[in-house]
Design a binder for this molecule. Sequence first.
Ligand code: ADP
Length: 476
Amino acid sequence: MKILFVGSECAPFIKSGGLADVLGSLPKALVQQGVECSVVLPKYRDMKFADTLEFVTSYYIWVSWRREYCGIFKTVLDGVTFYFIDNEHYFGRPGLYSYDDDNERFAYFDFAVLEMMSHLDIKPDILSLHDWQAAMIAPLYKERYGYYEFYRNIKITFTIHNIAYQGKADPRLINDLYALGDHLYYNGNLRNDNCFNMMKSAILYSDLVTTVSPTYANEILTDEYGEGMQAILNMKRDRLIGILNGIDYDTNNPETDPNILYHFNIDNWKEEKVKNKLALQRELGLPENPDIPLIGIVTRLTWQKGLDLIFDKIEELLNRDVQIVLLGSGDRHYEEGLSYWAGVYPEKFSCNLKYDFPLSCRIYASCDMFLMPSLFEPCGLSQMMSLRYGTIPIVRETGGLKDSVTPYNEYNMTGTGFSFAHYNSDEMMSVIDYATHIYHDKAHWNHIVASAMSEKLDWEASGKQYIEAFESLLNE
Ligand code: ADP
């Protein structure tokens, strides 16, 4: 089986969120299970390893009425071939997104991917599209490219990493950017809520829709979580599956992680992990204390991540016997509020408003607990990294958080974390109190850390599920 993955970011080249982690690790895992995988993404100005790429070819393509340059670069990493679409005008800029012409940039990208396939004679069995930036490839394929001999018989899958980001746009762009007819708007194929909607289009035109956890696959069928997509998803529910993301166990490894000072594993974590804790307290200017519960938070600062619950209770929390280390960047009102509380409680709260990968690793390795009270969470990777590093997650039971963290049961000593059901700050607070209570009972705490570190949340099982789903699609 040959799979071509298409998405807008991919680790280790460029990353802004979990999508990059998935595109960086899932293809690698599938290659290990005997599948031929390639990934295609834009060649951004700020990407890493740009000077190691090999130039393949260049030509001009049509993007509706526009004639645009398209260069192709490539490299091979861990058995996966990565292709990069080069165009200075669209991608030779700082960062990844948030430009006024993002719709045009990714319309260009979508055409470039389809054209690249015939120019380089790449014909996958499965074209695996990820998020709105790649979504319009599905209607472009089904309405146009799929009729040409070269492109025939390719199955299209679409993966929803976060249903909140749909690619909503002015209906006039359907013609202006994609040269698709207005009738596809008026018959509802490309329309949702009287707006051109790329995610809706991909859901409708794909042969299979996947999302990143089983619980999220059920949640998005409801009015509460569906963000307007619930009707179309219910219509296609026999073609919707949720497969829990994994994390890369080679790179997220407390025994070898180059960003942490003291390496550890399930046998020696009791002696070594606390050394990381003391080092992190020193690094961030918190009082060095091995016995105080140290709670980590690494997140984008956005409403999705449950920051409103944290703000509700932050003063109460900082009056408990705990320390908090936060790393994150995002919405200004959260950043300003957090800075304020860090100023009021400098001995208790270290607030780091930036994107810092090495520091994130030290937080996962050093803290006792990791707080993630998300309003919704398609999968979430941070709680999985925490488990791997023996840092006990405290989560809300939603999406992938529910599927990856088993609440601790002190009576039969099972479970890997702590969780609460409702989006309610009192519930969150009582679970944090319960977790800190258990923390001081070392017989329980040692058990829970050992269970967390033994959990297997890599891609082995999830990779198999993708292969099974794709194979049954090909056998239809
Ligand atoms: P999402 O994709 O919604 O942001 P995930 O939990 O799926 O959430 O993935 C977030 C990833 O980004 C994790 O690997 C996390 O460690 C990382 N991350 C988030 N914020 C920061 C930050 N400020 N600095 C470093 N890494 C971060």
